[in-house]
Design a protein around this ligand. Structure first.
Ligand SMILES: O=C(O)C(=O)C[C@]1(C(=O)O)C=C[C@@H](O)C=C1
Length: 370
């Protein structure tokens, strides 16, 4: 580089150094304020609740609203997500149970939602995530609930029926599957592909056209698939970036999912009821999830849905699950927009309660921001 070229570059780097110093000071100042917030929360008595999903949603939405570029809104929100995560860790480190093992998409979702300062702890099964949070060993849990191509995760829905936990948030993750193998693998000799059954299903067409002869072996998770191929020479795994990095694997083919917008929705479960994320100048964007049991009578479903229509409440999902007891003939899981404190939502819930065998509010929570 010539002396002439160096001059403008030096000047720009000096400017970046000055800006970094200002950003550093401001982040430290913000962190000091977060410590004061923690003191106020502690002083209010009882069990202080440090993690506030509604406030985090407000902060991120505001940042996205105010951002004028050149970084795009999501990129900017991701930076603030990490700043808030570090501030929360100063107040109190959060421990989050997720459906393991290490490297699953659920761990990726947990880190996307809570940021990298959260401590994520793998659990062997969905019920274990629920149990650990119920027992207070973990403050929050993250479980998958539905995939855009494979549908609902029944195990998660069933776990809610007998649980006292509340849904505190949701996070949607774009799922990209890659075909990967270990360094020592003979790529021309691959005879087997491991993955979770759902991931094999999500990549079925791609596998049929590119690797029709390989044996497809379903294992308990994508991360487990990645762990297995690490020590084998004739097999490959379908998994995500996190598992690939964790086990030091090499990519054979990228983004092999059949549906280009394949995504999975995860729920954050905890012991707190989350207030509305609305503010005086922003109505907020919350969702509520309920489970309703109905007797097996003609017209029950129509009766259940009518109040939502009547009060113009947007249903975002409805699932039916077989009942496990005589009383619970039909069990409907319903998600809709609005918060349990909104008057319109309260009317609807009162009406549903008047004819349902049982109504349980699983939680009101901010719509996923990132
Ligand atoms: O506003 C609060 O209650 C805070 O604790 C501060 C803060 C933040 O850094 O903005 C940190 C953690 C909470 O989950 C929400 C927001």
């Amino acid at each position: 580089m010539s002396e002439q070229d160096k001059k403008p570059l030096d000047g720009l780097r000096d400017r970046i150094d000055q800006l970094d110093t200002s950003i550093l000071k401001l982040i430290s100042e913000r962190a000091e304020v977060a410590k004061q917030v923690a003191t106020v929360k502690q002083a209010s008595g009882g069990d202080a609740v440090f993690y506030r999903p509604e406030r985090e949603a407000q902060v991120l939405r505001k940042i996205m609203d105010k951002n004028d570029g050149p970084l795009d809104d999501e990129e900017m929100a991701r930076l603030f997500r990490e700043i808030m995560s570090a501030c929360l860790a100063l107040e109190q480190p959060v421990r989050v149970a997720f459906l393991g093992p290490e490297g699953t998409f659920t761990q990726q979702a947990a880190l996307k939602h809570f940021g990298k300062s959260a401590v994520t702890v793998p659990m062997a099964a969905i019920d274990e995530v629920f149990r650990e949070v119920e027992a207070g060993a973990m403050q929050y849990g993250v479980v998958p609930v539905e995939n855009s191509s494979e549908g609902v995760v029944n195990h998660t829905l069933d776990s809610f029926v007998n649980s006292s936990l509340q849904i505190c948030g949701e996070v949607v993750l774009r799922i990209h599957h890659h075909l990967m193998c270990a360094e020592q693998t003979r790529r021309d000799k691959i005879t087997r592909v491991y993955s979770h059954a759902q991931s094999l299903a999500q990549c079925r067409k791609w596998l049929d056209s590119h690797w029709p002869m390989v044996e497809k072996v379903a294992v308990t998770s994508n991360a487990e698939a990645a762990r297995r191929v690490k020590s084998e020479w004739n097999s490959a795994a379908i998994a995500g970036d996190m598992a690939m990095e964790l086990y030091g694997l090499e990519k054979i083919a990228e983004k092999i999912e059949d549906e280009p917008d394949n995504s999975t929705r995860f729920l954050i479960i905890g012991n707190q009821q989350v207030p509305s994320s609305g503010t005086s100048n922003n109505k907020g964007a919350d969702k509520t999830s309920i489970v309703v049991s109905m007797r097996n009578k003609p017209g029950s479903l129509h009766r259940l849905l009518a109040p939502f229509h009547c009060y113009d409440i947007d249903l975002t999902r409805i699932e039916t699950r077989p009942s496990r007891s005589g009383v619970w003939n039909y069990v409907f899981f319903i998600d809709f927009t609005g918060h349990r404190d909104d008057p319109k939502v309260q009317y609807v819930l009162r009406e549903v309660e008047s004819f349902a065998s049982e109504l349980k509010i699983l939680g009101s929570y901010p719509k996923g921001v990132l």
